[in-house]
Write a protein that binds this ligand. Structure first.
Ligand SMILES: *[C@@H]1O[C@H](CO)[C@@H](O)[C@H](O)[C@H]1NC(C)=O
Ligand SMILES: *[C@@H]1O[C@H](CO)[C@@H](O)[C@H](O)[C@H]1NC(C)=O
Ligand SMILES: *[C@@H]1O[C@H](CO)[C@@H](O)[C@H](O)[C@H]1NC(C)=O
Ligand SMILES: *[C@@H]1O[C@H](CO)[C@@H](O)[C@H](O)[C@H]1NC(C)=O
Ligand SMILES: *[C@@H]1O[C@H](CO)[C@@H](O)[C@H](O)[C@H]1NC(C)=O
Ligand SMILES: *[C@@H]1O[C@H](CO)[C@@H](O)[C@H](O)[C@H]1NC(C)=O
Length: 465
């Protein structure tokens, strides 16, 4: 849906000197969401509190996770995706990446190249390690969402290389050690559920054949049997059954919903942990479309454990990309009315993906403008030499940094108000796609629980605060 040339995510990264020289990445549309038009604001009072609070008990915090004391003080998920790790996504890496010197464009083609197995093991061992878990916990992240491909559990009839399940296992150990929770995300389904590279295989959408749906369920059975066991109940909070299945391109939404029901039944049957969430991406259908199935699945249990994953981006569709900072903030705040369900709904919702990066840029007088892809050096709206007003990450135009922080806070305040919480995409990546860069350059090291702009949505005209 979005051509690679229109992808401007790197954009804001260019504010940082360290990124200014990076060659344009080969962007693929990461998240093809239909444009939604302008949100409307106002008139809808949204009392706080939707769904059940996520149980975070301090007893869960392991003894050497001392830095993570704040995770016991929020009942909301403050999470980060570990994207680009167990499923390769070329656009997320530096020039000198695992893909250089190959013609590969996705996991499928990469795994077919000579030497792929050794390179993959090296990537798994170095891209994210224990030090990252220590950093995440200290920064205030309470959860990680870990994308993994089905092929880690069954690669029959494909070039896919197995072995990622052992890395997932290691990651779960680190999460436990640092007092964090894990959502296991089956991000690549047999046949590809969306034909995009982040499913493992770009091209056609062949997920909904009987064989592929059957294999999907088989693999979820394996994952559910293993990670639904009580010995993981202190660390694995849920299993996501499918990521971003397309709606109108090879998939039938009715089949997607039937699959969700079957996957839920399968996992709940094999999982001993009664608190395990079974989560599905909404297939871009919107939360209300899932209410009826949720009512069916959640009515038998004391706390609802069938849950939805929404992905909310403002850097993908043309209308969002054109917004200025006020428009971005207003749209984020309006999500509380447009995307989530009323309080008391028995469908818990997680925001499994969103981003801190948008197309705004700084003028020489430090005002910011929207709608530019911001490819100029240092993210300027006009083509003046970068060093004339921004010379390093630390002196990024204050106006731009503050605007990006307002946008960040508008998003997370909205999510924490209206849902179970959030997972930013992603721990590492170009520019402000990277949670590491967001924390360092935009939050300037502040803990994720810190609010610099309280009431940002009230100021934007949203009545819910
Ligand atoms: C945390 O504790 C585990 C087990 O006691 C130990 O192996 C690990 O090195 C510790 N990590 C840190 C960062 O102290
Ligand atoms: C993790 O990787 C970083 C470099 O990317 C390195 O500095 C650090 O020592 C590694 N941590 C462990 C525990 O190996
Ligand atoms: C893997 O999937 C194939 C195709 O569905 C199936 O025939 C095979 O039995 C599966 N292997 C395992 C170990 O489950
Ligand atoms: C700042 O510069 C922009 C772009 O040149 C201009 O549109 C805006 O009016 C200026 N703002 C002020 C306060 O001068
Ligand atoms: C713009 O911001 C930079 C960095 O914060 C500052 O040094 C500079 O004086 C500002 N320029 C104007 C015109 O306010
Ligand atoms: C916990 O969060 C507060 C702000 O909400 C912050 O001031 C404090 O430093 C944080 N504590 C730790 C250990 O990160």
């Amino acid at each position: 849906m979005f051509g690679s040339s229109t992808f401007a995510a790197l954009a804001v990264s260019a504010i940082f000197a360290s990124f200014a020289t990076a060659r344009p990445h080969q962007f693929h549309s990461r998240h093809a969401r239909p444009s939604q038009g302008s949100p409307t604001i106002g008139g809808f009072a949204h009392p706080s509190g939707t769904g059940v609070p996520y149980p975070v008990s301090s007893s869960h915090i392991s003894s050497n996770a001392t830095a993570n004391t704040n995770s016991s003080t929020t009942s909301k998920v403050r999470g980060v995706n570990l994207g680009g790790w167990l499923i390769l996504e070329e656009w997320m890496y530096d020039d000198d990446s695992i893909f250089s010197g190959t013609d590969a464009t996705d996991q499928w083609t990469f795994d077919s190249t000579p030497g792929a197995e050794a390179a993959l093991h090296n990537h798994w061992d170095t891209y994210i390690n224990e030090t990252d878990f220590a950093w995440m916990a200290k920064a205030g992240f309470t959860h990680v969402r870990i994308p993994i491909g089905y092929w880690a559990y069954n690669n029959s009839n494909t070039p896919y290389i197995t072995g990622a399940d052992a890395i997932l296992e290691k990651a779960i150990g680190w999460a436990r050690q640092y007092g964090m929770w894990v959502m296991i995300d089956c991000h690549g389904s047999p046949g590809s559920q969306n034909g995009q590279m982040h499913s493992g295989h770009s091209g056609s959408v062949d997920w909904q054949t009987p064989d592929n749906l059957g294999l999907s369920i088989d693999v979820l059975n394996t994952i559910g049997s293993k990670y639904g066991a009580m010995k993981y109940a202190d660390v694995v909070m849920g299993i996501e059954i499918v990521n971003e299945p397309s709606t109108n391109d090879g998939n039938d939404p009715e089949v997607t919903m039937t699959f969700a029901k079957n996957a839920y039944d399968t996992i709940k049957y094999v999982a001993a942990n009664p608190d395990l969430y079974v989560i599905t991406h909404d297939a871009w259908l919107g939360a209300s479309k899932w209410s009826s199935l949720a009512q069916t699945l959640n009515s038998h249990t004391p706390s609802p454990r069938f849950a939805l994953d929404l992905h909310l981006y403002q850097n993908q569709d043309t209308a969002s990309k054109a917004l200025d900072i006020h428009g971005h903030i207003a749209a984020a705040c309006a999500w509380s009315q447009t995307e989530f369900l009323p309080p008391g709904s028995d469908l818990p919702i997680f925001v499994g993906e969103f981003a801190g990066t948008i197309d705004i840029c700084a003028n020489p007088n430090n005002s910011t403008d929207g709608g530019l892809s911001c490819t100029e050096e240092s993210c300027q709206c006009t083509n003046i030499p970068m060093h004339s007003y921004v010379d390093s990450a630390n002196t990024v135009a204050t106006s731009l940094r503050d605007d990006l922080r307002r946008f960040w806070e508008a998003q997370v305040q909205t999510f924490e108000h209206s849902s179970m919480g959030w997972f930013v995409w992603s721990l590492k990546g170009p520019g402000l796609w990277s949670a590491e860069n967001l924390v360092q350059f935009i939050l300037q090291g502040d803990h994720l629980g810190t609010t610099k702009f309280p009431g940002i949505c009230a100021q934007a005209g949203s009545p819910w605060e």
